[in-house]
Design a protein around this ligand. Structure first.
Ligand code: SAM
Length: 316
């Protein structure tokens, strides 16, 4: 798809470039905020799986920049925003970057160290593995990322704090809901308008962190297993078996974002300049070291003959 064609078929892609966001995902977080007011009173945030950085930009614009511009702001009052990803990303004002894997305990420890004993008010996670198109597989890998995010949450989130994360809806959705309800009094599944209906993506919005009394972070996995394991047998699924009749789980599912706003599944005409032409904008900040970079280099080299491919393959 050419850039102008994508601008026409994906209004949020075009709007992201016009408004200076690195990715269209920014609108998802903004629309979740419209519905849930997630930034109210927030001073310390962790952005998990943050690259290329549009959610971190939202955090910077909503929390850090207004505080910095306030006439009576002191350095010690400025919000703390820590962003983590496997990939490096270009700097964003007010955002501390950690490059690492969120499933690795050392990454979690590095994040915790940045908080210097303090706790976070909000943890967001837009993590996604490379999608294979096999829904069960994608849902399972995604659930592992959520589990890693929840592990970090149990170490760093303050009581009463919020956790927002991307999920892929599937047969384990009700199980995930039950697991999250152990830790949060309110759990809602949200579908922002900027997230296409054709996508199984949705977001969990978990409010009021209140772990079970006497909860020890080391027992997280054992506790979750009492409810079931992701992709476990049906009899472990909390939507069946022991939750029947009035106890059956109904998951609150909410569309968010202005319902009269732009529809991510529609094509919109392109705005034309006076001479009738349309000028597509460049991306705001292309990824600085994307995982597909090497594949592109190899493809380019293969256009110049097989020797180029061999040379690249042999390089360390
Ligand atoms: N929220 C981001 C934004 O607004 O720009 C977009 C996030 S993108 C959809 C998903 C990100 O998850 C990718 O940058 C990927 O590198 C990251 N990711 C996937 N698995 C990860 C892991 N195990 N640890 C850290 N980051 C991970």
């Amino acid at each position: 798809m050419g850039r102008a064609s994508r601008d026409k078929r994906d209004i949020y892609y075009r709007k992201a470039k016009e408004e200076g966001w690195r990715a269209r995902s920014a609108f998802k977080l903004l629309q979740i905020d419209e519905e849930f007011n997630i930034f109210e009173g927030v001073k310390r945030v962790v952005d998990l799986c943050a690259a290329p950085g549009s959610w971190s930009q939202v955090l910077s614009r909503k929390l850090y920049l207004p505080a910095k511009q306030s006439p009576d702001s002191k350095d010690s009052d400025l919000p703390l925003i820590v962003a983590i990803d496997l990939q490096p990303m270009a700097p964003i004002e007010g955002v501390i970057q950690v490059q690492g894997d969120i499933t690795n305990a050392r990454t979690a420890e590095t994040v915790i160290r940045h908080f210097d004993g303090g706790k976070a008010d909000l943890v967001v996670c837009d993590g996604a593995p490379d999608v294979t198109g096999l829904h069960d597989m994608d849902e399972f890998v995604q659930s592992q990322l959520i589990l890693a995010a929840l592990t970090i949450v149990t170490h760093i989130l303050k009581t009463g704090g919020k956790f927002i994360a991307k999920i892929f809806r599937g047969k384990d959705t009700s199980l995930l809901y039950c697991q999250l309800k152990l830790f949060f009094t309110e759990v809602t599944f949200a579908k922002p308008k900027s997230s296409r209906n054709s996508s199984i993506e949705a977001f969990i919005v978990c409010e009021n962190y209140s772990p079970p009394e006497g909860f020890n972070e080391k027992d997280l996995h054992r506790l979750l297993e009492q409810i079931g394991s992701p992709s476990g047998a049906d009899d472990l699924d909390c939507s069946s078996g022991w939750l029947e009749g009035p106890n059956k789980v109904y998951i609150p599912f909410l569309a968010c974002g202005d319902l009269n706003g732009y529809d991510s599944d529609r094509s919109y005409p392109l705005p034309k300049s006076a001479d009738g032409s349309y000028q597509s904008l460049d991306p705001v900040q292309p990824p600085i070291a994307p995982p597909y970079k090497r594949a592109l280099e190899m493809k380019k080299a293969s256009n110049h003959g097989i020797q180029g491919v061999e040379k690249l393959t042999l390089d360390p």
